[in-house]
Ligand binder design. Structure first.
Ligand SMILES: *Cc1c(COP(=O)(O)O)cnc(C)c1O
Length: 428
């Protein structure tokens, strides 16, 4: 029997659905998930020894590819010194300094172990700092699986919180309002109705959890104005986009489009850990002073700022700052998406693409969607056939049409060419 199938059968006995995070189970696309045995540069290898060009990169962290020598060396040497002390270490300070240097809106950061934790803490901080309860998020944006954020759009601007998960009491989501992404009118109406009660607006500036949808600059600018006017905080969830779409993250890009633009609180994860469990949230010194031990907003973690994880994250951040890194990564990613668009055009398949830095999305539709409802009109059958066609040809794309893709610095021109050759066959 196929070893992936055998492992999956074994896994399902002892782990719910056989996986430790749902999307890995291939439920959306069908078929057997590949059990990965190792990674090397742009490639991962499954339990059958088959090689795949990896466009998931652990959902974003592996911006240098797998097993980058400098990162590996940093991790091994940190591990020799000790795995965890539960006491402050110098590398935490270095990592904080590095993040602050690259992201000017952030004057202080707190390190945590997952994006979920960082997002959840950012909300608590925003509520603590403003003394308000209500939060606004957008349909299709994912901010981790904290109770208050697992909410779907209600039937109107006055209806708060319907949870997308069992086990979340209605009381816990009653303060969460979900609006349509890129809809300026809705956010204006929401502030007109609830402005004085809103603690924060949280957004994925380039939404990677509905494939790849950019927040339009006028939309971001309007949210910024409304937050400032009403005393609410603007939270940029850059867990996916941070140090991935550019050296200064998505806020660097919006800063060029909107003069003087800054979010109030930023959330990071994925790339800052380089593949280790590490995430962070940061803001101005004033806002961060609300956190314990200085202020009244409690937040803590046994493994927070873990010495091995910070070594991995630091080595990764240092590599991506080398001259020309993002130019080269952006060009490689462009080569991929432009190539996919050309192949789709040859075959008369409705198709659109977008990319920024090392993050990309493609859609089986003529025009780029602007919100979640449009993303979800994708022809799922067609996507699934394309996905499996690519997988069988040794190209590992995200197993769901609402996930972004990632290119690493280890992807070569030849890897892109091989991917496009596979796409040519799959799209036929
Ligand atoms: C991945 C992700 C999270 C959650 O991070 P975890 O480390 O999986 O908990 C939060 N927000 C965004 C935008 C993400 O992409």
């Amino acid at each position: 029997m196929d070893r992936n199938q055998a492992l999956f059968d074994r896994a399902r006995h002892v782990i719910p659905g056989g996986v430790n995070s749902p999307v890995r189970a291939f439920r959306a696309v069908g078929g057997t998930p590949r059990f990965i045995t190792r990674g090397e540069g742009a490639y991962i290898f499954d339990a059958e020894g088959r090689r795949y060009i990896d466009y998931i990169g652990s959902w974003g962290p592996m911006i240098l590819g797998h097993g980058h020598p400098a990162v590996l060396e940093a991790v091994l040497s940190a591990a020799r010194e000790g795995f965890s002390f539960g006491a402050p270490t110098e590398r935490e300070v270095e990592l904080a300094e590095e993040i602050i240097k690259l992201v000017p809106s952030v004057e202080q950061v707190r390190l945590v172990s997952s994006g979920t934790e960082a997002g959840m803490s950012a909300i608590r901080l925003a509520r603590g700092a403003t003394g308000r309860s209500k939060i606004i998020k957008f349909d299709g944006c994912y901010h981790g699986h904290a109770d208050a954020l697992l909410v779907k759009a209600g039937s109107g601007l006055a209806t708060f919180g319907t949870s997308t998960s069992a086990g979340v009491p209605p009381e816990v989501v009653q303060h969460t309002l979900v609006l349509e992404y890129n809809n300026v009118q809705q956010i204006e109406e929401a502030f007109a109705l609830h402005g004085a009660e809103i603690a924060c607006v949280m957004i994925e500036p380039i939404a990677g959890n509905m494939n790849f949808v950019r927040a339009q600059a006028p939309f971001v600018q309007r949210i910024r104005e409304l937050c400032t006017k009403h005393g609410a905080l603007f939270v940029f969830d850059e867990v996916m986009t941070g140090f991935r779409v550019g050296l200064h993250s998505a806020q660097g890009l919006y800063g060029r489009l909107i003069p003087g633009f800054k979010p109030d609180i930023s959330v990071f994860g994925k790339v800052i850990g380089g593949g280790m469990p590490l995430a962070a949230f940061g803001a101005s010194r004033d806002i961060m002073a609300q956190l314990a031990p200085l202020g009244g907003v409690y937040q803590a973690g046994t493994l927070s700022g873990n010495p091995v994880a910070t070594a991995c994250g630091l080595a990764t951040l240092r590599e991506i700052q080398k001259p020309g890194f993002f130019e080269a990564l952006g060009q490689r990613t462009r080569q991929l998406v432009d190539g996919l668009q050309a192949v789709a055009n040859e075959n008369g398949v409705p198709f659109s693409v977008d990319a920024e830095g090392g993050m990309f999305g493609f859609f089986l539709m003529k025009d780029l969607p602007q919100n979640y409802a449009t993303v979800m009109t994708t022809d799922k059958e067609r996507f699934n056939r394309f996905f499996h066609g690519m997988l069988n040809a040794g190209v590992y794309l995200a197993p769901a049409l609402y996930e972004a893709g990632f290119v690493s610095a280890a992807h070569s021109e030849a890897d892109i060419d091989a991917t496009l050759a596979a796409a040519r066959l799959a799209l036929k």
